[in-house]
Design a protein. Structure first.
Length: 67
């Protein structure tokens, strides 16, 4: 992982960016269910599906703050 902690595992790579999910998630402990992109530009974003994460990479590019 470049940006995310080792609690995350890479699920797939899309356009050079790793899309990751928690290895073990416990929602009652505050863990988010979903996917994150291992890039500082997407910090704090959680996606419900791989398709949403890929769409964010497509539409936001390297400037997610403009959306």
């Amino acid at each position: 992982m470049k940006h995310l902690s080792n609690r995350y595992a890479k699920v797939m790579e899309y356009k050079g960016k790793d899309i990751c999910a928690l290895r073990i998630a416990t929602p009652s402990d505050g863990d988010e269910l979903g996917y994150k992109i291992d890039d500082i530009a997407y910090d704090g974003m959680v996606f419900d599906s791989l398709g949403e994460a890929m769409g964010a990479i497509d539409s936001l590019g390297s400037h997610p703050e403009e959306d």
